[in-house]
Structures are given as C-alpha cells and as structure tokens.
Design a protein around this ligand. Sequence first.
Ligand code: PFF
Length: 448
Amino acid sequence: MSKERITFATKLGVVAATVGSAVGLGNIWRFPYETGQNGGGAFLLVYIACVLLLGIPVMTTEFSIGRASRSDANGAFKKLSPGTKWHYVGFLGIFASVFILGYYMVVAGWTAEYLYQSLTGGLLNKTPEDFRAELTAFTQSDYRPLIWVYLFILFNFLIISRGVQKGIEKASNFLMPLLFLIMLVFCIRSLFLHGAPEGLQYLFNPDFSKITPQVVLRAMGQAFFSMSLGMGILLTYGSYFRKNTSLVKTAGTVSLLDMVVAVLAGVIIFPAVFSFGISPSQGPELVFVTLPNIFGKMPAPVLWSSLFFLLLSVAALTSTISLCEVAVAFFIEQMKFTRRKATLLLTSIVFVLSTLCSLSSGSLSGVSIFGKNIFDFCDYISANILLPVSALLITVYAGWVLDRRILKDQLNNGGTLRVWYMRPLLFCIRYLAPVVITLIFLSGLGMF
Ligand code: PFF
C-alpha cells in the first residue's frame, strides 16, 4: 500500500490537496443553507468560534497522528498504540465518510445537471419562481438526478481505481484559485443587488437570542464537515506531509481559506436571497435557486453560470475523491484487497446509498428514519453525530493516551520550530476541545 500512497512534493501541494478536500459543497452549498436555517449572523459567529477553538486544534491533532505513524486512519492507531482498541476510531471515520458520500454524490449530481443546463441555455430568462419549480421537479423526478449521480460515481471510480493521481492534484492547484476568483466576481455583483444591505445584515448582524444548543451543535457540525475533520482524511494526508512542514501553520492556512470561501458564498447568496424574495431558510435547495437569478443579471450569463457550476463540480470531485480514499485505503491495507477491488466495493456501497438518498426526494419521500428522510438522515447522523464523536475521541487520544513527546515532536518538528503557542494548543487539545465538544454534543441532542 505504501507504494501506492501519494507523497506531497511541495509545500503548495500540501496546502492545495488539503484545501481541495476541505473546500467543496460544504462551503458553497451547505454553509449558506445551514446559516439560513439557524439564525444568520449568530450562526456565523458560533461557526467561526468553532473553527478557531476546536477545528484548528483537531486538525493539527489529526495531522500529528498521521505524520507520527505514517499510516492510514485505522493503521495509525494500531501502530502508535498497539494492542489497544483505539483503532476503532478509524472505523468511525470510515463510517462517517461513507454516509457523507451517500448524499454528497447526490448534490454533486445536481451541480452536474446545473452545469448541463447552463451550457444548453436552460437557465436563461426565468423568474425566481421558475427556478424553484424546476428544481423541485428535477429533484422529485426519479431517474433524471440519478443519471448525474451515476456519472459522478463513475468519475470517482475511474480516478480512484488508478490511485490518487497527479492530475487531480495539479488540477486543484489551478482550479481552486480560479474558483476563488470567480466567487469574488459574483460577490461584487451580488453586493450591487438591491437586497444587499438586508442580506449582509442577515449574515453579519448576530441576533444572540437565536443561539440555542441546537444551533451551536449545527455550527460545530458544519465546521467539522467543512474542514473535513473526524473522517481520517486529514490523518491520512498528514502521513504524506514532509518532515519540515509546519503542522500548525498548515492547519491555520487551510482553515482560513476554507472559512473565507464559506463566508464569500454567504456574501453572494444572502443579498440575492433578499433581492429575489427567496426564503433564507429554504434548505438544501438554496444555492440552486438563488444563484441562477444572479447569473441572469450579469452580462454573458451562459459563460458565468457554466464556469461556476463547472468549478463547483470540480470542487465537489476533489472532495469526494478524498472521501472515497479513506475507505479504499482501509480495504487495501486492512483487508488486503487490490486497489481495483477496493474501489469497486466502495463504489457499490455508495451506489446503493446514493440511489436511496436521491430517491428520498422522489418515490421514497414517504420513508422516514427518526423523522427525517434518508437524505437528511445521512447528513444529520454524519455531520452532527459521527464527526463530533470521532473528533472527540481523536483529541482524547492525542491529549491523554499518546505519548506527549510524540505529539510535541510533531508540533515543533522535532524541536526545529519555535512554537510559542505550544501551551495554549496543548491546552485546547487536552482540555478545551474534549470538554466543549462533549458539552455541545450532549446539549445539542437535548441531554440537558
Ligand atoms: N470538506 C468537504 C466540503 O466542505 O465539501 C466535504 C468533505 C470532504 C468532508 C472530505 C469530509 C471529507 F473527508
């Protein structure tokens, strides 16, 4: 397996690959609707606090465990703490990633449909009501979304079965900055819409009465999801880092870029929401209904909307690849499958799960699990339950079980880096993160 694992050759490669995993539908699709459904500015504030106080320490911890062990998510714990049960934490990550893939592929499929519609002029000359009605018709039809979902799964299969190849890394080096730039252009356009003051007020003006334990849990879930935490992804990537890479600096850069893309998405979407009379709490369809309205108000709408949905599809692809890789690496290393067989097994599981998720807006809409349809169930259980639990266990492991010298060694690169923030960081990893994650988790579930 170690022969098949990629190694990052440059510092840019480290950041680009990690940002490629972090920046995806979570930032542009999930963040705005979670914000819309959970109180706007208040949610944003709690989200930023979660990124800084919990996300960055957890990310640094995952990198440290990965680089110290130079192993996959499951094998890392076996190597660092042989004979213990800690490797089950790796399983949790694998579970979470498969659940996320189930519905992530569906939304990735929607972006592909919108790319197709953009290219063929299907998004031109429509009213906000038309966009809403068409999206509903599309998601509720059984076969149309599935075609795109299967196409997306096929793409993943082709790329993963060949190994995480340089093409995708190189492509993200180029496409991620491009996505950033295009988003800036949309931001500027959005700021000139007549609903801009209201939209920005909604996003940046916190109403503290909106902060409930549920909102805090969802903000933490969003932060972990968006930063790709708790799934073993960053642990695996950490194992590819070079000896002289500063883990904390990398975590800081990746988190900052990830947060900026999410906030930019909010700045694009909320002014449009208020300009076109769309409800901010619309839910998962939010981006697909609001954005086409902005494209129509720009010169060369076909070009802009095609470009945007192309980049969104690519951002989704770089994230799904990293998600697939967790389970595939596990099948190869722990179950001794060939890469091809491992990929086939994972894609079959994802195939079934995403078919169910996709149909849950159509003919399976009547099926509910704990009061949620299959799509929402997969989202809720992975982001709000599996990720926090897994992140909690990772910090407890790093803070209390792992030999302190190993952790410190990773944080200061064997004593070669001057790390003034060692104490506060260790405090976050040992005390703050485990306690706060537990409190948020239990109170969000209504335990007290
Ligand atoms: N962070 C990605 C996003 O925001 O879209 C989603 C994701 C990718 C989650 C990879 C988890 C992961 F391991």
